[in-house]
Design a protein around this ligand. Structure first.
Ligand code: UT7
Length: 339
């Protein structure tokens, strides 16, 4: 918001946007042919019709680098002082994947990963905004990239249909509240007591917490997660609106983490937002974890569903449990979704 003298509080602004999706499309019919499921079950329970899956040789650092390069080009920048990578599927447990991504982009500033599962992009926005507002970095490249196809048990009908692979990125610069692209305050939360609702237990290493038969595979207690997701995203979104000084009526577009079309509809209903103000892409990409929101932002802006000046409300929920929400005044940026 602008103060009486026309100036706003320092904040971060989105100056560029990029995304990448694997070319390999896996439709519901493909899954119904090899799993104990049906096209109707998947579409009806999740809203997902197809998802994109990486080939086995493609690493998270590869897809993160492509999305990051696209965001830099979208912002007309040749570099950034920091690279923050939100991911649950890093190339290696150690070191983080962000330094390799930075090196491939020709960058040698700060580079580190953030692990907040499907809320990773919103946690990343808060951290990246802190870096620019504090003066640590003039420009931060925030990338969210995940390959959940490497985590799901190929025989598990309860998880395989839900997830897709992909990457998205934004370039943040210093600006002021009210500027095009300005982020509002970011609301974040967690509840570690519920960590077993979404988890990958350790495998292959000596661990004081052995993973058992499901070790190394993604596990989710879907019905409980569904309920938490609706409540937490609804509450966080309401808190983000209050912190930004916006009313629900001010919101032009809701961009919610694409976990399930029924979850997004429930969150919007709780907030009192009509269907035409929701933007969605879950039918085409499934749940792409941390990458979900930036991929949706890029597609929606590309297709004109997000337009300059729109007041956008973003919210996400994921393992941890973690959740978050924030607002952004949509900037005049041309997203890059190809090279
Ligand atoms: O991104 C992080 C956050 N993730 C989420 O927010 C995901 C939240 N949860 C969900 O989206 C939903 O809970 C799911 C889509 C995962 C599952 O939908 P649901 O309506 O909650 O189904 P359910 O898990 O309660 O299962 C209902 C039935 C079960 O059979 P019984 O026990 O009623 O006989 C399942 O075994 O559906 C069965 N089922 C399937 N049937 C056909 C589970 N998966 C499948 C499947 N095909 N793929």
């Amino acid at each position: 918001m602008r103060g009486p003298d026309g100036t706003g509080a320092p904040t971060a602004v989105i100056g560029g946007l990029g995304s990448w999706l694997p070319p390999n499309v896996v439709g519901n019919a493909d899954l119904a042919a090899r799993l104990d499921t049906t096209e109707d079950w998947i579409a009806g329970r999740t809203g997902i019709l197809e998802r994109r899956i990486c080939d086995p040789d493609t690493l998270t650092s590869d897809i993160a680098t492509t999305a990051g390069a696209r965001a830099l080009r979208s912002a007309d920048e040749d570099g950034a002082e920091a690279v923050v990578l939100a991911t649950t599927t890093p190339d290696r447990t150690c070191p983080a994947s962000a330094p390799l991504v930075a090196a491939r982009l020709g960058l040698s500033g700060a580079a580190f990963d953030i692990a907040a599962v499907c809320t990773g992009f919103l946690y990343g926005l808060a951290v990246a905004a802190g870096l620019v507002v504090s003066g640590t970095a003039d420009r931060v490249l925030l990338i969210a990239a995940d390959r959940f196809s490497t985590l799901t048990d190929p025989q598990d009908r309860t998880t395989v249909p839900i997830f897709g692979d992909g990457a998205g990125a934004v370039l943040l610069r210093r600006g002021r509240a009210g500027d095009p692209g300005a982020l509002g305050p970011v609301i974040l939360g967690s509840d570690g007591a519920q960590r077993d609702l979404i988890t990958v237990r350790p495998s292959g290493v000596a661990s004081p917490e052995p993973g058992g038969a499901r070790a190394g595979y993604f596990e989710m207690q879907g019905r409980k997660v569904f309920r938490h997701a609706v409540e937490r995203m609804g509450e966080a979104a309401a808190d983000a609106l209050a912190a930004a000084g916006w009313d629900v009526a001010d919101v032009d577009r809701l961009v919610a983490h694409q976990a399930n079309a029924r979850i997004t509809a429930n969150v919007a209903d709780r907030l009192g937002l009509p269907a035409e103000r929701r933007v969605e892409n879950i039918a085409r990409v499934g749940n792409t974890a941390a990458a979900s929101i930036p991929i949706l932002l890029a597609q929606a802006a590309d297709e004109g569903r997000l337009r300059t000046g729109h007041r956008v409300l973003m919210t996400a929920f994921g393992g941890g449990l973690t959740w978050g929400a924030t607002t952004v005044l949509w900037p005049d940026v041309k997203p890059r979704t190809d090279d």
